[in-house]
Design a protein around this ligand. Structure first.
Ligand code: CO
Length: 137
């Protein structure tokens, strides 16, 4: 079941510059950076109003975020809903005809398990669902 808006992710070509923008210029609390090797991304999180802004940047210049930057130069990349049971939501949504980018959940930032819905199923918006470790069943 989807239980909240976990984060909104922005793909950025210059991570340090973007962190400074959100932390110093906008004055939003910076919670730190984490590499997600499985997704070939570096992530930086800024909690605000019960959700978070996530900056995403390619790890070592490769992976899907690099492809996005090459094509678009940066921009709103995905939104992420928090779920209390990622497998159950994958099953429920697959039965409704949604296509996921992986057959099973993958490791995300903060020890989450995540899955992405293909944007062609959602009017062009990449949607992630994430289950936090304290929500594991
Ligand atoms: Co995300």
């Amino acid at each position: 079941m989807i239980i909240g808006l976990d984060h909104v992710a922005i793909a950025v070509p210059d991570l340090e510059k973007a962190i400074k923008r959100f932390a110093e210029d906008f004055g939003i609390e910076y919670k730190g950076c984490e590499s997600v090797v499985d997704a070939k991304t570096q992530t930086a999180f800024f909690p605000i109003s019960g959700t978070q802004i996530e900056l995403v940047h390619p790890l070592n210049g490769e992976g899907p975020v690099q492809g996005y930057l090459d094509k678009k130069g940066g921009g709103l990349h995905h939104i992420c809903f928090q779920t209390d049971d990622v497998e159950a939501d994958m099953k429920r949504l697959t039965e409704k005809g949604y296509i996921f980018l992986s057959d099973a959940p993958k490791p995300g930032a903060h020890n989450t398990r995540v899955a992405f819905i293909h944007p062609k199923c959602t009017d062009g918006v990449l949607i992630e669902i994430a289950q936090h470790p304290d929500e594991q069943h």
